[in-house]
Design a protein around this ligand. Structure first.
Ligand code: FES
Length: 568
């Protein structure tokens, strides 16, 4: 039972150990279930094949080390799951896979207690033997309802394990690429196991109809006698009741904990939106967001793995405990600056101010973090602005439908030219386009890419004009401005409208150069800085100088009539 995705108490020295314990015990149990299911699958071949493999299965799990490992894992996993139930803030915040994992996990002991006591328990208490033949005989002949329950237990245990594995692996890059095969394995293994279980059950029913088979089977292996059976069933009932009381106790403790926290709210937490809420000492920022219905991304459910809950700390940063080793590792992985913390791992202090950095519905893609410039960095990049000349006039003479059609065709062609040259489309503004080059590279490669994009745009424009000849009175003409220099690059925006963009003087200048193409009657204007960074022949185009607001010196530019003439 890989516990539900509940916050571990932050700053708790046990947190790391609990995560390790949950994962290790879950993997041991998953290995046990997998080997057991594969053993079942051999029923498609023959019962004897199941028996032979079962001997190997017992070699693995029956000796003392295997027993300690298996039952230790059960104890650790169930204990951590019940602890998680107690610490869960609100069950109604859980999303369907979390609910499924919790419900299925809690159901597993109930479904398997009798099987475990009737096999391993009977062996330990009464030296009663059990193997595939005896167990199949019990389940398919003596008490057929047990066969159905066992099939349900098989599906429940496997599904629970698969969900747990998925939660664990979902942030690993290789797993993202291995979704297909992983899903296939998740379906094939239980299908084969169930098929083997049913096939062997049918086989055992046929054998049981043969005269004398049941007597021979009874003589072959010692089974619990009537009084032992009575005692064993009593034990099964006690174990079920004991387990149910434990689960019930965990939910009651959860309710008591919630009302305790509610009464003791004495700290204030301020959000970047200006909202101020009350909090209790020891609660995390994410817990408070959930309790106060403040949308907050938390793809991993608060386990400190995904980083989607990250917040920028305003006031109070200097009073916060430093990040734990595990939190620091995640923050380092995403290149977070010192004022960014994981909300699920950071306990609230009085007067803390936080701003969640990702939209509430961020997915695992956001969880993978990304380059450090997403948080804001100064980068030397090339910036492109492009605009359709006289588009206002064109749009005034056409139906809205035609305008949208023409613009979308234009954006598709220009977008392909920019991306095909290695650039990043930043935004479309009206009929204008802004693009960035060299964000992942350097000044000179970005400059070369920008020039290549301008040339490709010009070439594609010719083709576009040919294909739109019937829709346009005059061909579309564009102006392009290119400049390179330092920009502040980062992920900016609000809510779902966020994206990588750049701001700064370089951006303004590139936009200004694009505007100048109209005055200079050319298609492309490139700053001299970009020409020299790209290695373009200095005699390209016509050189001139312009005044730029905020600069004491004039700026050297090159005016190029047709970007297709660029020799790159
Ligand atoms: S919710 Fe995933 S790291 Fe905090």
């Amino acid at each position: 039972m890989a516990a539900d995705r509940t916050d571990d108490a932050p700053g708790d020295a046990w947190t790391g150990w609990i995560s390790v314990g949950r994962l290790a015990s879950g993997l041991i149990l998953f290995a046990y279930v997998t080997t057991h299911l594969l053993n079942h699958a051999l029923g498609l071949w023959s019962i004897e094949a199941m028996q032979t493999a079962f001997a190997g299965f017992l070699q693995l799990w029956a000796p003392l080390p295997g027993t300690v490992l298996l039952y230790g894992a059960v104890t650790v996993h169930v204990t951590i799951a019940l602890r998680a139930v107690i610490l869960r803030d609100r069950f109604r915040d859980m999303w369907p896979p979390e609910i499924a994992q919790l419900v299925l996990g809690l159901a597993i002991p109930l479904l398997l207690i009798d099987h475990v006591i009737a096999t391993r328990g009977a062996y330990e208490m009464y030296a009663a033997g059990s193997d595939y033949i005896s167990t199949l005989h019990t389940m398919w002949v003596l008490a057929p309802e047990l066969a159905f329950k066992q099939a349900v237990a098989l599906i429940v245990a496997w599904t629970h394990g698969c969900i747990g594995l998925h939660f664990w692996l979902q942030f690993k890059g290789w797993y993202q690429r291995a979704h297909g095969p992983a899903l296939a394995i998740a379906v094939i293994v239980p299908t084969l196991a169930l098929s083997g279980f049913v096939a062997s059950g049918m086989e055992i029913r046929q054998r049981a109809e043969q005269p004398g088979w049941a007597d021979r089977e009874a003589a072959r292996m010692k089974r619990p006698d009537a009084s032992e059976n009575t005692e064993m069933f009593g034990l099964i009932d006690d174990a079920r009741i004991g387990y149910l009381l434990l689960v019930l106790g965990a939910f009651v403790a959860n309710g008591l904990r919630g009302s305790y926290h509610h009464r003791r709210r004495s700290l204030t937490l301020r959000y970047g939106t200006g909202e101020v809420v009350r909090a209790t000492k020891g609660q995390t920022i994410l817990e408070i967001s959930r309790l106060q219905d403040i949308p907050h991304a938390s793809v991993c459910g608060g386990r400190g793995r995904c980083s989607t809950c990250r917040v920028r700390i305003g006031a109070g940063l200097d009073r916060l405990q430093p990040p734990s080793e595990a939190e620091a590792k995640v923050l380092q992985r995403i290149g977070a600056p010192p004022n960014v913390r994981l909300a699920c791992q950071t306990p609230v202090i009085d007067g803390l101010e936080v701003t969640p950095l990702l939209p509430p519905h961020s997915d695992t893609g956001a969880a993978r973090g990304g380059p450090s410039y997403l948080h804001g960095r100064e980068l030397d990049i090339a910036v492109l602005f492009a605009d359709i000349r006289g588009f206002t006039t064109i749009s005034e003479q056409r139906l809205p439908y035609d305008v949208v059609f023409i613009l979308n065709r234009y954006f598709a062609e220009m977008g392909a030219a920019i991306e095909g040259s290695g650039g990043r489309l930043d935004k479309f503004i009206g009929d204008g386009i802004m693009a960035l080059f060299g964000v992942d590279g350097d000044r000179s490669s970005g400059s070369r890419q920008a020039l290549a994009a301008a040339k490709a745009m010009s070439e594609r424009l010719i083709e576009l004009n040919q294909s739109l000849a019937g829709d346009l009175d005059t061909p579309l003409r564009i102006g392009i401005g290119l400049h390179v220099g330092p920009c502040i690059v980062g992920e900016m925006g609000y809510g779902t409208v966020r994206g990588l963009t750049a701001v700064g003087d370089t951006v303004n200048t590139a936009s200004r150069l694009e505007g100048l193409t109209k005055d200079e009657q050319v298609q492309l204007i490139v700053s001299e800085a970009l020409v020299s960074a790209s290695g373009l022949a200095p005699e390209t185009g016509r050189g001139t100088e312009i005044e730029v607001r905020g600069r004491s010196q004039p700026m050297a530019i090159r005016c190029i009539d047709d970007a297709r003439s660029l020799r790159l």
